[in-house]
Design a protein around this ligand. Structure first.
Ligand code: GLV
Ligand code: MN
Ligand code: MN
Length: 416
């Protein structure tokens, strides 16, 4: 199987020498290198590569004798494509598996299908969605949101990164025309099913002693940006009573997030914060913080976020600080298509591959696409459950089990 060689060839791209984590942010040179890697892997397999209008990369295995359609999407009347894939971008200092495991497994599954002598009777696609993590432009699953029309293209074009570069500028600098981003119904109509393989971001499979699992649902989740604006002042002379220190209501918000999550059986995290101007010996002018909140249902999620924002507002008012709070991206609860899930489960059961069904709190492009077409997910065991971290891990034997499971599912969906 080709998994190990493909995996090794991707590993050096975007790895930080000090942390050992990955910094593969969309439309940066590292992302361009990942795209080149994808294009090479596809070319080595004779797959047809195209970048869609939104910067998502596709590799197509067309059924023999059938030509692509007008948009470059598969043009097989009545034979809607089966697509697998994931993403190549990372969170800051992310692990190697979150995203890439799905893409490497997809290419390896194509190899395995060919070894088995399977030929697709409908187009089989591999996709790498752009900016899934939202690490550069703030909106998670940006590529699939644009494709499905879940975000206004004009809003997306203007999204700034931390240096003030807009998505449109970053795309253009990387050689992609941002003028034409937005929903692509022709491409979506051509796809009949999307199956995403992903490392598990939790320990459920380890506890169940299973190498692979099937996704059931995704918790509703989102990101909120909180800007606390106070008055910069001298740390050695401004009296405590005179200060308007934005760091104090920020601290209240962090503690409120923990408390609200604990009391609602939810999750809330403040993983990113900036303080301006960032002087050790000064009261900050502004503190910007990002709240990530997730809950078992929408009501709980709203309750958690409401509680955090109320605590932050009250503390801000008490310290003479202005607070502006805005959602950056919010994803509703997703239940994966029951019919496709049943098909995936039966394919695996027929090959005696045990695969428990699991919910997850992590977001995925499969969740965004679920609004438009049947989607399913396969998870591969992560012994520690740690993810979004250089410590993220999957054993080679489990990766191989994932490839076999994916190939089995793709064979049933695309080759019969
Ligand atoms: C994606 O990994 C997310 O859940 O944030
Ligand atoms: Mn992730
Ligand atoms: Mn991911």
């Amino acid at each position: 199987m080709s998994f190990a060689a493909l995996w090794e060839s991707l590993l050096p791209i975007g790895r930080d020498g000090l942390s050992g984590g990955y910094r593969r942010f969309s439309w940066t040179p590292e992302d361009v290198a990942c795209r080149a890697w994808f294009t090479r892997a596809a070319a080595e397999r004779g797959l047809r590569v195209l970048t869609d209008r939104n910067g998502n990369l596709w590799a197509w295995w067309d059924p023999p004798g059938l030509a692509p359609g007008a948009t470059g999407a598969p043009g097989v009347p009545g034979a809607r494509a089966v697509v697998t894939g994931s993403h190549l971008d990372s969170v800051p200092d992310g692990g190697p598996f979150d995203g890439p495991l799905g893409i490497v497994s997809a290419f390896a599954a194509v190899d395995l299908l060919r070894e088995r002598g399977c030929l697709p009777v409908r187009p089989l696609g591999i996709v790498a969605f752009s900016e899934e993590e939202g690490a550069r432009f703030g909106v998670a699953c940006l590529g699939s949101r644009l494709l499905t029309g879940a975000i206004d293209p004009a809003v997306a074009r203007a999204l700034p990164d931390a240096a003030g570069t807009s998505l449109a500028e970053a795309m253009a600098a990387a050689g992609h025309d941002p003028g034409d981003i937005g929903p692509d119904d022709d491409l979506l109509r051509a796809v009949g099913a999307y199956v995403e393989l992903h490392i598990e971001q939790g320990r459920a499979l380890a506890d169940l002693d299973a190498a692979v699992g099937i996704g059931e649902q995704i918790w509703p989740h989102g990101r909120w940006r909180l800007d606390f604006t106070g008055r910069p002042d001298h740390a050695g002379t401004a009296t405590l009573a005179d200060r308007r220190d934005p760091m104090l209501p920020f601290a209240t918000a962090v503690l409120a997030a923990r408390q609200a999550a604990a009391s609602h059986g939810a999750l809330a995290t403040v993983g990113k914060v900036t303080a301006e101007p960032g002087a050790v010996n000064a009261v900050s002018a502004r503190v910007s913080a990002w709240l990530d909140a997730r809950g078992p249902d929408e009501q709980v999620l709203q309750a958690v976020v409401g509680q955090v924002l109320a605590a932050a507002r009250e503390a801000a008012a008490g310290h003479g600080v202005e607070l502006a709070a805005e959602p950056e991206s919010v994803t509703p609860a997703v239940e994966f298509d029951p019919g496709l899930r049943e098909t995936v489960a039966s394919s695996l059961a027929a090959q005696e591959i045990p695969a428990p069904v699991l919910p997850t709190g992590a977001g995925h492009d499969a969740g965004v696409l679920a609004a438009r077409l049947p989607t399913a997910m396969l998870f591969v065991r992560n012994p520690t459950g740690v993810s979004h971290s250089p410590a993220e891990h999957a054993e080679p034997a489990d990766c191989a089990a994932g490839v076999r499971a994916l190939a089995t599912v793709l064979e049933d969906l695309a080759c019969r």
